[in-house]
Design a protein around this ligand. Structure first.
Ligand code: AFP
Length: 356
């Protein structure tokens, strides 16, 4: 049976053969990240049976209430990755400051950033959640990194990926040579390559956005969504479908497989927060995956991967997905920079009417 299948280890070894100077550190790191994801998948799958549901009773650096599984997943990521000697440091959504590798372990040449359990408000309702990770080179290999060492633009990522804990567990990753999906075989405990070279359809009739924020959206996003909602008789000349799982990984996975566009745009709810999602361990890895699959990722104005980070837990607007739709949304941002958008008078539904 294994003869017909490529395991994650085999995939990594074959990739490494293309770089004769490679030491094997990177492959070892990905295997450890995969191990953390397998351990998290197990806890998520056991749910109430393992007593892991519900709030942890604390808030994280983002001011969000931590779930017990947020804390458990964070610990599993740290334990699986701190000992191997491949990492100089780690940073997590759940920790204010970067994690210092304990003195007993050697420091390596990579930096790992992760959101250990994304979409964790979905846990208690048994909807899909995931883990997201990004790998950078440490500017000073072999020593503890300075906080600013993590602040590299997404274009510098050497690897980005996520695990999705859905009906099956999958690990999806890119090392800059396309996007590859591995499904966890629970009998073998191995990730098996099931979706090599994933390509996102360039166009779509599906969009994802939290419509309850419509009154706070930027003009360009209001216009884009309005036009989708007008369907066949409207300017787009076709009907659209809408999906919102409120789990970035799950929305991203759907878009990767069948196309679509995801928008968590900048909005006017809180001027101190330009968007909800975090640049370093959400937007950057998802953007690298989107681009490697043939899609695009933008703030509306700028390519996500070119944004120079200023803080570890920086928030940013994130719009990604099928190339043609993202290009259209960027064009609307150019059209509406400094210009308001008037919601059409002929609207039949009041659901998305703006306060303007
Ligand atoms: P949680 O991890 O707190 O559930 O947040 C999930 C998330 O960061 C991302 O995965 C979703 O796309 C987004 O937030 C959903 O945000 P809304 O709850 O505002 O729709």
């Amino acid at each position: 049976m294994l003869a017909d299948h490529t395991t994650l280890s085999q995939f990594l070894i074959e990739e490494r053969r293309r770089f004769p100077e490679a030491t094997g550190d990177f492959s070892a790191l990905i295997i450890d990240v995969g191990l953390a994801c397998k351990a998290i998948a197990r806890r998520v799958a056991n749910g109430a049976l393992a007593g892991v549901l519900g709030a942890a009773g604390a808030t994280n650096v983002q001011g969000e209430a931590q779930q017990k599984l947020d804390v458990i997943a964070n610990e599993l990521f740290i334990k699986a990755n701190e000992w191997g000697g491949q990492l100089a440091g780690m940073a997590s959504e759940e920790m204010d400051m970067p994690w210092t590798i304990p003195p007993r372990y050697p420091r390596g040449k990579y930096l790992l950033l992760f959101d250990p359990l994304d979409g964790s408000s979905n846990i208690d309702v048994n909807a899909p959640v995931g883990s997201i990770f990004s790998i950078l080179r440490a500017p000073n290999p072999g020593v503890d990194p300075r906080p600013e060492d993590f602040l590299q633009p997404g274009v510098k990522q050497v690897c980005a990926g996520y695990a999705i804990y859905g009906p099956s567990t999958m690990l999806v990753l890119t090392v800059g040579t396309g996007v590859h999906g591995f499904t966890l075989d629970p009998q073998l405990g191995e990730f098996i390559l099931t979706n090599p070279r994933i390509k996102m359809p360039p166009t779509t009739q599906e969009f994802a956005i939290n419509a309850s924020n419509a009154r706070f959206w930027e003009p360009a996003v209001k216009r884009y969504v309005d036009e989708c909602l007008q369907g066949k008789p409207g300017p787009r000349g076709k009907d659209f479908n809408m999906r919102w799982i409120a789990s970035l990984v799950a929305d991203c996975h759907r878009i990767l497989i069948r196309g679509g566009v995801f928008m968590y745009p900048r909005d006017t709810r809180d001027p101190g927060k330009p968007g909800k999602l975090r640049l370093m361990y959400e937007a950057n890895p998802i953007a690298m995956i989107a681009e490697q699959a043939g899609g695009l990722a933008t703030t509306g104005q700028d390519r996500i991967l070119d944004v120079k980070p200023s803080k570890l837990h920086q928030r940013i607007a994130l719009i990604f997905g099928s190339r043609e739709e993202v290009e259209r949304i960027e064009a609307y941002h150019r059209d509406h920079s400094g210009r308001k958008y008037e919601t059409p008078k002929f609207k039949t539904s009041e659901l998305f009417q703006s306060a303007e």
